[in-house]
Design a binder for this molecule. Structure first.
Ligand code: FES
Length: 69
């Protein structure tokens, strides 16, 4: 995920691991509400959730451009 997704970076590793799992799981819908629900176990004390969601959706779009990347 590219800056300025995170503020302090404390939650980065957990957010990244969940984001990759979500992007690889075909049972999780691509809509924002489904991604938010799937990420709900990750707490970000800086409240960067909007940026994290945007980064996941951006990554999803880029993955469609380059299949099997
Ligand atoms: S960016 Fe600070 S806890 Fe998530």
């Amino acid at each position: 995920m590219s800056p300025p997704t995170y503020q302090c970076g404390y939650c980065t590793s957990g957010q990244m691991m969940s984001a990759v799992a979500i992007l690889r799981d075909p049972s999780i819908s691509a809509d924002d509400a489904s991604v938010r629900e799937a990420m709900s176990g990750n707490i970000c004390r800086c409240v960067a959730y909007r940026n994290i969601l945007a980064a996941i959706q951006s990554a999803r779009a880029k993955m469609k451009e380059v299949p099997n990347a």
